[in-house]
Design a binder for this molecule. Structure first.
Ligand SMILES: Nc1ncnc2c1ncn2[C@@H]1O[C@H](COP(=O)(O)OP(=O)(O)OP(=O)(O)O)[C@@H](O)[C@H]1O
Length: 588
């Protein structure tokens, strides 16, 4: 129960702004419970005065009042339930937006450690489970508690001694719920985790469909899904079995209570201390009283089950972004694009070693600085630091002499445009894909950017031109074409600093040559840090840095470095042809 309280305390503040409607819902719930109580009392009146006495004249009054109460109860019930559904959905909307906003600020290593499918499940299923605990949970608890109190008071008014017997038996329901709570929470947690695992397997499998088909991995993938699906089935059946066991146990307890009261009633009627109407009304109260008491127990179980979801959402919300906006940011001003790394070292969270050490680098406006080195040398990490996905563990990176940590994050990313290794494509039209470089760009500006990126001709030839829809993993455009769309996007951004991470990776020689001209156009007049293994542009570079295991191994111009015959020469030298294998010729 402590976990449920903590989880509730954490998510309840999100109902701020909906407390007014919640108050109205609770008022409706109370009026509904009152109307039901009044209906039962009117039923007792009808039984004793009209039915038992056989008097039609005694019928109309209570019957009219009963109908009035029923109509009032229906209207108020409708209003309360509709408002409750609206408030619950608003809560889900708000919670999902909060978690999603937080997820978007999390650093790359968070996404490397969590499977995407599991995160999807947390943002969908788990968010709804928390709603069950907070909004529906509160409304349900208030409704059940008020109903129980009203029926209890009415039962006392009818026969306090019989009512007392009823109350003594009522805690049996809560005891039964308590007994099941722990096991239901474990089953729910397992079910939620298994849900996440299934979504992950499906998502990964679809993303890797080419590998699956080309390497005949269908059966392996089916086995993977089967394992997770069986785990889900086990948890789900265990949860359902526990729920059913609880429901059936409660039925038996309820029957026991009703039989006790009827037995006592028969005794009282035979002794002439009770009328049949009173006994029927009392039995009706029991019929009404036990469900809310049972609901309170059931709500306790729902709450425990929802705690599992709350813990999973809590894990996301507790993950810290790697960088935050500066407390005292510098004012926005025109950026010239002077970049400096001063003794920068960096170690990924939880990594055993630093992957960049004591790095110095400068790039002035309009310069092209090329960073190269063996795979794993730390080149992409340098790009991640420059665009502030992480802050250095030591040293300072500055833009126009201002440490990046003092520059507002949004402003920094407006001025330092990244073209990452993997071409990033939005699910939308070509126009939207280019236009997202600068929100508010006109169609003419988008088209001009596409022309500068040598993309206009193939875009215009598409079936719907700039309105053709593309998506990540699209086959409608080639790798080189997608890269030119990304270049057009960066053109539109017109940031004074450009970070290009392997802009020709994955392109064949012809496609790579086709992006060179647009790339040169893009780089003109900007500070460019180009990370690459492809040294085609090396002669154009103002400076080349060679990284080796996170340290600066060499720096200089192309000609300089070639003359040194060091690490750079080894990288620039064409790879030696493999020695021809000896073949055996079989002679007849
Ligand atoms: N999130 C991470 N957590 C821990 N270590 C990481 C993480 N990302 C990268 N690394 C490690 O940091 C080192 C540098 O990686 P980086 O991607 O910067 O190399 P790179 O020079 O760009 O390689 P490539 O040329 O193959 O792209 C590598 O040893 C890599 O394994």
């Amino acid at each position: 129960m402590r976990e449920a309280r903590v989880a509730f305390g954490r998510f309840w503040p999100l109902t701020r702004g909906d407390r007014g409607p919640l108050g109205v819902i609770i008022a409706c719930v109370v009026v509904s419970a009152l109307a039901e109580t009044a209906a039962v009392l009117l039923f007792a009146d009808l039984t004793d005065n009209a039915l038992a006495a056989g008097s039609p004249s005694a019928f109309w009054g209570p019957a009219g009042a009963w109908l009035g109460v029923a109509v009032l109860g229906a209207a108020v019930g409708y209003l309360g339930n509709s408002l409750a559904a609206w408030t619950a959905e608003r809560f889900v909307l708000r919670l999902r937006a909060k978690v999603f906003r937080h997820v978007q600020d999390l650093p790359p290593h968070f996404f490397q450690r969590h499977r995407r499918g599991d995160l999807v499940e947390r943002l969908t299923g788990d968010v709804e489970a928390i709603e069950q605990m907070v909004v529906s949970g509160v409304v349900g608890t208030v409704a059940a508690a008020f109903s129980a109190v009203f029926y209890a008071v009415a039962a006392c008014l009818l026969r306090w001694d019989l009512a007392l017997v009823t109350f003594v038996l009522a805690p049996l329901f809560l005891l039964a719920a308590r007994r099941f709570a722990g096991r239901i929470r474990t089953a729910s947690r397992d079910e939620r985790a298994a849900d996440g695992a299934i979504t992950s397997v499906v998502e990964e499998s679809l993303a890797n469909i080419v590998l699956t088909q080309a390497y005949n991995r269908r059966r392996d993938e089916e086995r993977r899904l089967g394992t997770e699906a069986r785990a889900w089935m086990r948890a789900s059946v265990r949860g359902a079995r526990l729920g059913e066991m609880y429901a059936q146990l409660v039925e038996v307890v309820e029957t026991l209570c009703v039989l006790t009261v009827i037995g006592l009633g028969v005794w009282e009627i035979s002794a002439g201390r009770m009328t049949l109407g009173q006994l029927l009304a009392f039995a009706a109260f029991l019929g009404y009283l036990y469900p809310p008491v049972r609901d309170l127990g059931q709500l306790g179980l729902t709450l425990t089950a929802a705690t599992a979801g709350a813990e999973r959402i809590g894990e996301i919300l507790d993950a810290e972004p790697a960088v935050t906006d500066p407390a005292r940011p510098v004012a926005r001003r025109p950026v010239h694009g002077r970049i400096a790394f001063h003794q920068v070292s960096f170690r990924y969270p939880q990594a055993p070693h630093a992957c960049l050490s004591d790095l110095d680098l400068t790039a002035s406006p309009g310069e092209l600085v090329l960073v190269t080195g063996r795979s794993g040398a730390g080149k992409s990490t340098l790009a991640a630091l420059l665009t502030r996905f992480y802050d250095p563990s030591d040293g300072v990176i500055s833009l126009d002499g201002v440490p990046l940590t003092d520059v507002p994050l949004e402003f920094l990313r407006e001025n330092v445009a990244l073209l990452p290794q993997e071409t990033l494509i939005l699910n939308g039209t070509v126009r939207e894909n280019i236009g997202c470089g600068r929100p508010g760009a006109t169609d003419t500006e988008i088209e001009q950017a596409a022309r500068d990126a040598a993309a206009h001709d193939f875009v215009a030839a598409l079936p719907d031109g700039y309105d053709t829809r593309i998506a990540p993993g699209t086959a409608a455009l080639s790798g080189g074409q997608l890269q030119r769309i990304a270049i057009a996007r960066a053109m539109l951004r017109a940031a004074p600093v450009l970070v290009l991470d392997e802009p020709t990776a994955g392109l064949d020689a012809i496609a790579a040559r086709q992006v060179m001209t647009p790339l040169r156009r893009l780089m003109a007049g900007r500070t460019t840090i180009m990370i690459t293994h492809d040294l085609t542009l090396a002669p154009d570079a103002d400076r080349i840095l060679v990284l080796d295991r996170g340290r600066l191994a060499e720096a200089g111009t192309h000609t300089d470095l070639l003359s040194r015959d060091g690490a750079y020469t080894a990288l620039a030298r064409p790879a030696p042809e493999p020695a021809p294998e000896r073949t055996l010729t079989l002679r007849r």
